[in-house]
Write a protein that binds this ligand. Structure first.
Ligand code: GRF
Length: 211
């Protein structure tokens, strides 16, 4: 499975809340560290602070509520419609607290990224930092992966580890992981946009690592 570089490099970013990862992508684009443009930001929640961050950066920001659609597939199709009409090539989930359904996955095959606050496959799902603390791991971190139908189970693009300290709580561990999230998400987007990578089973094989 080969992937050519994207021509237009248009990102669609989906959020549900604070939007600090969105901000890291906005900043990377603004500072020329990420050769892409943000075509649209979509939130399923009207009150998401990330919508304001987008508007402040001059990026179109939409609220699409699942309550306005009869079922999950219809909502997914509405999101897909909003993304495709804006020419989005790559979708970035950034704290988007909803499962991505079949119509969405089929519209963007291997073209949806997610960031997760653990070293997957450990601690998928919600409250990953709390899960890590309760399990007593000494190391946790952040993972950017391609989205598949398996929750937090798609091919891993980049990871970064942080120590878990004896006196950590959810807030301190989350803050340490978040620093790494903000660093690796723009890098992972650039890696995917550069093309030349392939998938081998569940592995993401970066261009330079092929022999
Ligand atoms: C991040 O920890 C991300 O890994 C997780 O949800 C959080 C979103 O934070 N999926 P923010 O909205 O990007 O600030």
């Amino acid at each position: 499975m080969g992937h050519a570089p994207f021509g237009s490099r248009r990102l669609g970013i989906l959020i549900s809340g604070r939007g600090s990862n969105l901000q890291s992508i906005i900043d990377a684009v603004a500072e020329g560290r990420l050769d892409a443009s943000i075509a649209v930001v979509i939130s399923n929640r009207a009150e998401a602070a990330g919508l304001l961050r987008a508007r402040e950066a001059g990026v179109e920001a939409l609220h699409l509520s699942s309550r306005d659609y009869p079922d999950r597939d219809a909502y997914d199709r509405a999101i897909v419609g909003a993304l495709t009409t804006r020419g989005v090539d790559l979708v970035c989930l950034a704290g988007f607290m909803r499962l991505v359904g079949r119509p969405f996955l089929d519209a963007f095959p291997s073209r949806i990224l997610n960031i997760h606050p653990s070293l997957l496959p450990s601690f998928p799902g919600v409250e990953a930092q709390r899960q890590a603390l309760e399990h007593g791991v000494r190391v946790s971190g952040a993972t950017v992966h391609l989205v598949t139908s398996e929750l937090d189970g798609g091919p891993i693009v980049l990871q970064s580890a942080v120590p878990v300290l004896a006196n950590d709580n959810v807030d301190t561990l989350s803050a340490r992981i978040l620093v790494e999230e903000h660093r690796i998400y723009p890098d992972a987007i650039a890696l995917v946009l550069a093309g030349g990578w392939s998938l081998a089973g569940r592995r993401f094989v970066a261009a330079e690592s092929r022999s």
